[in-house]
Write a protein of this length. Sequence first.
Length: 259
Amino acid sequence: MAETAPSTDIRCFFERDPALSLFRRAFVESVGTGLLAIAMVGSGLAVSTFAKAQPLAASLTIAIAIAGSLVGLIVALGKVSGGHYNPLISFAQWLGGERKGDCTIGYVIAQIIGGFVGALVAGQMFGSPFRTVSPEFPSFGMLLSELVASAGLMTIVLGCARSSRWDTGPFAVGSWLVAAILATPSTSYANPAVTLAAAFASGPVALAPITAIAFVAAQVMGMAVAIGINRMAFGSTSEPAGNAALAGSSQEKLTWRPG
């Protein structure tokens, strides 16, 4: 097949070849989400041990650990799968017709499994067994916090995908996460895979199952808000400026297909 650059395909940050096998890409998504969960749960357990009396330092440590790990994982493995590590991103791409249904399902399942395993591994590393959190439905403010955090994250993800400098996306995402973790009362989980994993975690990032489920619902609504913002900002076309520049570049010609 001749090489083409369809206007309906959008590059996910560093993704180079969406034609790679689904198993290979989903495996990377599972590993990346698992390592992200380890950074989240592990940093929480670390600060609860070493910085319990310094809440601001503890929050900053967790924020840097999560944001730094995500930036590194996107840069390192993003060229294989796109570096989602977040079902909101995979689902938003499917809604936009940029990724096939089987790919989306494979990604989301892999992300949830990876997050679950990562949370358990982090607990074992610190010798902290699974801790049951008292069930308590989150307040309106906490749900609004997750909606805002997710809307901000997805606005940046979708906007960077359409930017002429799409390769700066991982760093924009990391910057937002640091800000959102410190500025929101829910500490910006903004990721259904790690949110559900937190229901099986120990330490300060652990969530009760009912809280995790409610947070996921708020996160999905935040994603919908971000999609609306993105369409108002960039119009109905799904072709990003970055891909238009890439398609005309003489340095790299790639075949883009929906994943």
